[in-house]
Ligand binder design. Structure first.
Ligand code: KIV
Ligand code: NA
Length: 257
């Protein structure tokens, strides 16, 4: 699973074999430049969802329910989950939290909308957690994360993201529940893994979470390509004759298929 926020990236990730594309509320940080995910709205998730779902050929597309779009009541959660499905072209929704939102999950699932859970570090609760910090350390805290995962399975979730918890706890949860776990900073025992696409590609340079492996340095490539472009424009090396229209040549590039 990888996050995606636009058509072009979705096409590339789908071609690369990602099974699930998540329009995460991480878009507040990596696309909008906010310090947290809190400002993201349902309408923004829907806007990006429409673009991503046009780009996904085979991958399943999940939409995040942003902060304050599902907390008020199970009905409130269902209303916004339905909006994501109708206006965001999503195939399932994801929401943060455990036992305290289990009834909300049940209500959404009952309406025929598949739900992915998310426990451990909850970025929407960053201020309550005292920062983006590893969760589930120590007996009581670990028990609570396990209980949260069990509550979500019981409520009908089809998979659960485990974020920033010790690997042995992630392994225990993965064994204890029958639905797939998808880890981010939760060790290798999870059934799947998820990364923010800009972290995976080495494009988000404001901070690199400990758990985010850069599989490429696309950020460097973009900076270097921009420098070459700027340089060639200044020296008039670009555009060359092959980039210029001939008097009787084709008038434009063929449209993509
Ligand atoms: O918003 C997001 O990108 C997420 C993933 C990191 C799981 O919730
Ligand atoms: Na999220």
């Amino acid at each position: 699973m990888v996050t995606a926020y636009d058509f072009t990236m979705a096409r590339l990730l789908d071609e690369g074999g990602a099974d699930i594309l998540l329009v995460g509320d991480s878009l507040g940080m990596v696309v909008q430049g906010h310090p947290t995910t809190l400002p993201v709205t349902v309408d923004e998730i829907c806007y990006h969802g429409r673009a991503v779902s046009r780009g996904a050929r085979r991958a399943h597309v999940v939409g995040d329910l942003p902060f304050m779009s599902f907390q008020l009541s199970p009905l409130h959660a269902l209303e916004n989950a339905g909006k994501l499905m109708k206006e965001g072209s999503f195939e399932s929704v994801k929401l943060e939290g455990g036992e305290e939102i289990a009834e909300h999950v049940r209500r959404i699932v009952t309406a025929g909308i598949p739900v992915m859970g998310h426990v451990g570090l909850l970025p929407q609760s960053v201020h309550a957690m005292g920062g983006f910090k590893v969760q589930g350390k120590g007996g009581d805290a670990a028990e609570r994360v396990l209980a949260d995962a069990r509550a979500l399975e019981e409520a009908g979730a089809y998979a659960i993201v485990l974020e920033a918890i010790p690997p042995d706890l992630a392994e225990e949860i993965t064994t204890a529940i029958s639905i797939p776990t998808i880890g981010i900073g939760a060790g290798p025992a999870c059934d799947g893994q998820v990364l923010v696409c800009y972290d995976l590609f080495g494009m988000f340079r404001e901070l690199t979470p400990k758990f985010a492996k850069r599989f490429a340095e696309v950020g460097d490539t973009i900076v270097e390509a921009t420098r070459s472009y700027v340089d060639e424009v200044r020296t008039r090396a670009f555009p060359a004759s092959e980039h210029s229209f001939k008097p009787n040549g084709p008038r434009h590039r063929p449209l993509p298929p």
